[in-house]
Design a binder for this molecule. Structure first.
Ligand code: TRP
Length: 337
């Protein structure tokens, strides 16, 4: 039986935070050790350009994300770990797919529609104001990422499910015109990640500016945890675990037994100051070994670069012959040898 190909990309626009860790990184790293699967994980740096026009930030984020995944023990023997821009065949495929994608399909993209809705609400004359072709056609780039390696499963957050549906549509259209070249992918929803709350009690997310970076130095980690919003109940008063940010974060890092103990302490009226201390110590202990490896890797970017180039070599061993086959299928080839 051939292994299921599991593929996912991480847009390189920020610093990994606890929400990313719990929702995406931790399950992906666990899956990288599953020898019945063939994972492809990549730094989606071309996707970064859609949202971010600060070169230093894109560069820094690529480094931080790669160091994070390696520090957390990504199995690069099993998983192919690469940078999107090191695999130029992906961009070539993007064009081939662009030419079979209905514009109407892109008009229905949530990301594009949300941008138009913002303009309309803001009373703009031009509904497309500030919307680039990158944003508009980004589902096609994402389809190329996925179809290039004939991925079976694509683990993503809820907001990305539509893009996987679009990749299926686009791949199916290409297959219909040029023959069966692509496997149609399926989205795998990771529900857990959606529930980690941030400093202000809303979902932890870069766009709310309420995140706790994963490898923050110890002192800063403590400071940030102390900033988490709570209600004004006094020590000794029983407290709800439901909807409590401190509890929500603790739960994502603890065993069922530990969670039960803390639930008990809430019922007994643990003070917020004490709970913050408990949470800090728990997270700090959990991540300290990986944080040390992360700091060491950030000092040695050459090692990270080597790993990425090795990943790109493995990826191109697939993409390079595949793009030749696709070129032929669409009629782009030498006229004579
Ligand atoms: N667009 C995805 C996100 O913002 C990242 C991504 C790019 C991706 N290419 C992908 C995810 C291919 C899965 C498969 O989260």
């Amino acid at each position: 039986m051939s292994k299921a190909i599991v593929l996912t990309g991480i847009t390189t626009t920020g610093t990994p935070h606890l929400g990313n860790y719990v929702g995406a990184i931790r399950p992906a790293i666990a899956a990288s050790k599953d020898l019945n699967a063939q994972p492809f994980y990549f730094l989606a740096d071309y996707h970064a350009l859609i949202k971010c026009q600060e070169p230093e930030r894109v560069r820094r984020s690529s480094l931080e994300i790669a160091a994070t995944w390696l520090a957390l023990g990504l199995d690069t023997n099993n998983a192919v770990f690469y940078r999107q821009s090191d695999v130029p065949e992906i961009l070539e495929l993007t064009w081939m797919l662009t030419c079979v994608t209905a514009k109407g399909l892109m008009n229905r993209s949530h990301a594009y529609k949300a941008a138009v809705a913002d303009n309309e609400q803001g009373g703009e004359q031009d509904p497309d104001k500030g919307i680039t072709m990158g944003l508009f056609s980004y589902p096609i780039l994402m389809a190329a990422d996925i179809l290039m390696f004939n991925a079976n499963k694509v683990p993503v957050g809820r907001d990305q499910v539509q893009h996987i549906e679009m990749a299926r549509d686009i791949g199916g259209r290409f297959n219909h015109i040029y023959g069966e070249h692509f496997t149609l992918p399926e989205a795998v929803l990771d529900e857990k990640g959606a529930t980690l709350l941030g400093l202000d009690g809303r979902k932890m997310s870069k766009s709310y500016n309420n995140t706790i970076p994963l490898f923050e130095p110890e002192k800063k980690l403590r400071k940030l945890i102390n900033k988490i919003k709570t209600n004004s109940l006094e020590p000794g008063e029983p407290k709800e675990t439901e909807g409590c940010t401190l509890f929500s974060i603790y739960q994502s890092f603890a065993t069922a037994e530990e969670v039960e103990q803390i639930r008990q302490r809430y019922a007994e009226g643990i003070g917020w100051g004490e709970m913050k201390q408990v949470l800090f110590e728990h997270i700090n202990e959990h991540i300290a070994p990986a944080r040390e490896r992360y700091d060491a890797l950030m000092e040695k970017p050459d090692h990270i670069e080597e790993q990425l180039l090795e990943g790109a070599r493995k990826a191109r061993a697939i993409s390079s012959p595949f793009i030749q086959k696709l070129r032929k299928a669409v009629g782009i080839s030498r006229i004579s040898l």
